[in-house]
Ligand binder design. Structure first.
Ligand code: AMP
Length: 392
C-alpha cells in the first residue's frame, strides 16, 4: 500500500504546512552543503505552482541554550532557499504568536514562508500536544517531506499531522520507494555493504539485512569486533568487547552470506602514523590498529558485487577522512558507481559524503538524505513520521 502523496491533495488556495529537512551543515552564516534544500524543491515548487500558500517548518541543529539559538538561526536557510528557488521567501523570526499568525494570514497563493527553527520551542522534541495542535491551527493541510527527521516523533513531524489531512511529499515518496523497494522487493542478488565505526550502531540493520539480502559485506571499524569473535589478533583496533557474542551469533546466522575482510591496512598510531602496512586479517600485532580494508579485501568485495542487482551501502570501509586510510572506501564507492544494471542505494551519512566528494553522486540510483532514518528503515522499524500519514 502506498501513502497519500501531495498530488492527492487539493492544495489550491490552501495553507499547506510542509515539514522539510533544512538541517544543513553550516559554519556561521555559510551553508557548506545545500543538498537538503535542493532536495525539498520538487515539493515546494509543485505547491507554489498549484496555488498553495506554503508554510515551511524545519529544525536546524541542536538547540539547548540561547547560544545554540544564535548559532542555529534559520534565517540563513531562508536566504539560500530564495536563491535556489529564485523566488521570494518570507522568513518569520518566530515560532508562535502574533508575528507568525499575521504573516500566515497575509499570504497569497504561491507565496512561501519559512518559520524560525522548530527547536526554538522546547516542546518540539517532546512532541508536546499543545505545540502540535497550535502549529496545525496555522494550516489547512500538512505535507511530510523531511525524510531526515521522520524517524523522530516530534511535534512538527507527528504532532501536526494528527490534526490535519496529510500527505508525504515527493522526497519522502522517493526515499520510501527506493529503500522500501530494496527491503520488500529487491532485484537479486541483493548485496548490502556495511561499514563505519561501531557494531552497536548497526546491530539492527545487520540483523535485518542478514534475513533479506543475499550477501552482507562488513568493513570499517566494526569488522574488528567480528575478527575478535573469531579469535583473531586485532592489536589495538577498535573493539566492542560486549558485542563479541553478538558478532558470533551474526556469523553463525550469516554463514555463507556474511563476508568479512581478509586483510587490513594497519598503522602504529592513529594521529601521526610512522609505519603503515597491510597484513592478513587477524595478524595485527600489538601496538598497531586496523584503519582500512586491504587490497585483497577490496578485490574480494568487488567479486562479490559482480552481477548484483540491488546494493545498499552504509558506512565507510576505513578512516576515510585520512587519505592514507581512504582507499578501501574510494574503491568500493567506484565499484558501485560503475556497476551495470544495478539499483545502487547509499544510506546517507559518511558514505553519502564520500560519494559526493568523489564526484560519483550522479552515478548512484539513490543517495538517501537521512542517515539515521534510512538505517532505521532498513532495520525494519516503523518510522513515526511516515506511520502517521494515511495509506491511499
Ligand atoms: P559511522 O558513523 O558508524 O558510519 O562511522 C563512520 C566513522 O567510522 C568514520 O568517521 C570513520 O573514520 C570511522 N571508521 C571507519 N573505519 C574505522 C576503523 N577501522 N577504525 C576506527 N574508525 C573507523
Amino acid at each position: 500500500m502506498a501513502k497519500v502523496t501531495v498530488k492527492d491533495l487539493d492544495v489550491k488556495g490552501k495553507r499547506v504546512i510542509v515539514r522539510v529537512d533544512f538541517n544543513v551543515p553550516h559554519k556561521g552564516d555559510v551553508i557548506t552543503d545545500d543538498n537538503r534544500i535542493v532536495a525539498a524543491l520538487p515539493t515546494i515548487n509543485y505547491l507554489t505552482e498549484n496555488g498553495a500558500k506554503v508554510i515551511l517548518l524545519s529544525h536546524l541543529g541542536k538547540v539547548k541554550t540561547d547560544e545554540d539559538k544564535v548559532k542555529n538561526d534559520m534565517s540563513i536557510v531562508a536566504k539560500r532557499l530564495a536563491e535556489v528557488q529564485n523566488a521570494p521567501v518570507k522568513f518569520v523570526n518566530a515560532t508562535r504568536g502574533e508575528e507568525l499568525e499575521s504573516a500566515v494570514n497575509a499570504m497569497n497563493e504561491g507565496e512561501i514562508i519559512l518559520m524560525q527553527n522548530t527547536r526554538y520551542e522546547p516542546g518540539e522534541s517532546k512532541n508536546d500536544p499543545e505545540l502540535g495542535a497550535y502549529w496545525a491551527s496555522l494550516g489547512d493541510l500538512f505535507v511530510e517531506d523531511a525524510f531526515g527527521s521522520v524517524h523522530r516523533a516530534h511535534a512538527s513531524t507527528v504532532g501536526i499531522p494528527t490534526h490535519l489531512p496529510s500527505a508525504v511529499g515527493f522526497l519522502v515518496e522517493k526515499e520510501l520507494s527506493f529503500l522500501g523497494g530494496a527491503l520488500n522487493n529487491p532485484g537479486r542478488p541483493f548485496v548490502a555493504i556495511l561499514g563505519g565505526a561501531k557494531v552497536s550502531d548497526k546491530i539492527g540493520v545487520i540483523e535485518n539485512l542478514l534475513k533479506i539480502a543475499d550477501k552482507v559485506l562488513i568493513g570499517g571499524g566494526m569488522a574488528y569486533t567480528f575478527a575478535a569473535a573469531e579469535g583473531k589478533k586485532i592489536g589495538n583496533s577498535l573493539l566492542e568487547a560486549d558485542k563479541i557474542d553478538l558478532a558470533k551469533d551474526f556469523m553463525a546466522k550469516g554463514e555463507g552470506k556474511l563476508f568479512l575482510p581478509v586483510d587490513t591496512v594497519i598503522a602504529n598510531d592513529f594521529d601521526a602514523p610512522t609505519d603503515i602496512k597491510t597484513v592478513a586479517s587477524g595478524e595485527i600485532p600489538d601496538g598497531y590498529m586496523g584503519l582500512d580494508i586491504g587490497d585483497a579485501t577490496i578485490a574480494e568485495f568487488q567479486k562479490e558485487l559482480e552481477g548484483a542487482k540491488t546494493v545498499f551501502w552504509n558506512g565507510p570501509m576505513g578512516v576515510f577522512e585520512k587519505p592514507e586510510f581512504a582507499k578501501g572506501t574510494i574503491e568500493i564507492c567506484k565499484t558501485l558507481a560503475e556497476l551495470d544494471g544495478a539499483t545502487t542505494i547509499i544510506g546517507g551519512g559518511d558514505s553519502a559524503s564520500a560519494a559526493k566528494n568523489l564526484g560519483f553522486a550522479e552515478k548512484f540510483s539513490h543517495i538517501s538524505t537521512g542517515g539515521g532514518a534510512s538505517l532505521e528503515f532498513m532495520e525494519g522499524k516503523e518510522l513515526p513520521g511516515v506511520a502517521v500519514i494515511a495509506e491511499k
